[in-house]
Design a protein around this ligand. Structure first.
Ligand SMILES: NC(=O)c1ccc[n+]([C@@H]2O[C@H](COP(=O)([O-])OP(=O)(O)OC[C@H]3O[C@@H](n4cnc5c(N)ncnc54)[C@H](OP(=O)(O)O)[C@@H]3O)[C@@H](O)[C@H]2O)c1
Length: 299
């Protein structure tokens, strides 16, 4: 079995990577939040500890998944964010190059400024806030310095269910569970959802084909926060019981004060051209996500 060291594997995406890779690869999964029994502790900001742990495992690949993903926290804690989201990626590049192994880094659709309608893999990013800048600088470091790499850009992440999903779907599911009869949804944000399980499978396909490089990797179909919320209610059979109140981002500006692009829709141009795009339509993925992770949640 080939070996993979996965750093920052305790979150939404880490759960999917563990699921998709653990039967065919020998994994060492670490995080600073050791929340399940297949994780051990590693803070990847600590270069010596990171280097020692990875070297000792002698992996065939290094996956650097973790980051701070709360945009408001990042705005308020810029230095910690650059240490965590950018310098730790430099650490990962040093280690992967020392061992002569490929590195996987996860970037984000949020590095664009939203002035275009659709971004392909070759569009030039223009990050707006601390989180976006920290991720883009990580991306650039990998592209400019890693000997062999995959940089995969995700969009609006959904996955891992109530215990780990920190994003839009779980925020809505929580409000529904709490009995809310009206959901306030912004009508000025467009993007592309990304199901963590599809994402991990598509990374596996790239890895096994050894087609190194930078890829957009989002679900099919461009959409908006409002359409995702409407479709979620429809899938739950609650469209006649819960209503959606359209608001602009200004409505949430105290709670969500970090700058976000009005549009972060990606298209998987390079995956399409290589014939390796197995990301499904977001509606199919959302349906499966609810069936797999939310059975009984609203009972
Ligand atoms: N979530 C999204 O919508 C989204 C969209 C596009 C791209 N991405 C990227 O996808 C990747 C995975 O994100 P995710 O959605 O799985 O986020 P997540 O659920 O927040 O998981 C990230 C994990 O990284 C850990 N981590 C943070 N700092 C660390 C450190 N110094 N050492 C070790 N572990 C550390 C976190 O621990 P703590 O919880 O203790 O901080 C957390 O367990 C990230 O690179 C993110 O930027 C995410």
């Amino acid at each position: 079995m080939k070996k993979i060291y996965i750093a920052g594997c305790g979150g939404m995406l880490g759960e999917a990577f563990y699921r998709q890779f653990s039967t065919e690869y020998d994994l060492k999964c670490t995080d600073k939040d050791v929340n399940v029994n297949w994780l051990s502790f590693l803070d990847f900001r600590d270069l010596d500890a990171y280097r020692k742990d990875v070297h000792a495992f002698k992996p065939d690949y290094l996956f650097h998944l973790g980051a701070y993903t709360d945009l408001e926290f990042c705005e308020l804690n810029a230095d910690d964010t650059y240490n965590t989201n950018t310098l730790s990626v430099e650490n990962a590049v040093y280690i992967a190059n020392e061992l002569g192994i490929p590195l996987l880094y996860i970037s984000t659709a949020g590095i664009f400024d939203g002035k275009k309608e659709l971004y392909d893999d070759w569009d030039v990013p223009n990050p707006l806030g601390v989180y976006a800048r920290s991720k883009y600088m990580g991306e650039r470091y990998v592209v400019e310095h890693a000997n062999r790499y995959l940089v995969c850009r995700a969009g609006w992440m959904m996955g891992s269910g109530p215990s780990k999903d920190k994003k839009f779907i779980q925020k809505l599911m929580k409000q529904i569970k709490d009995g809310k009869k009206e959901l306030f949804i912004v009508d000025d944000k467009d993007g592309t959802p990304t199901y963590t399980q599809d994402f991990a499978k598509n990374v596996k396909l790239l890895l096994e084909n050894e087609v190194w490089g930078l890829y957009n990797m989002v679900c099919g179909g461009q959409t908006s926060r409002k359409e995702v919320a409407s479709y979620l209610l429809e899938l739950l059979g609650l469209e006649n019981k819960i209503s959606i109140k359209s608001v602009t981002s200004e409505y949430f500006s105290k709670e969500y004060f970090a700058m976000r692009p009005p549009n972060e829709r990606l298209i998987n141009k390079k995956l399409d051209l290589r014939g390796l795009n197995i990301m499904r339509d977001w509606k199919i993925a959302l349906k499966e996500y609810l069936e797999d992770y939310y059975q009984g949640y609203l009972d």
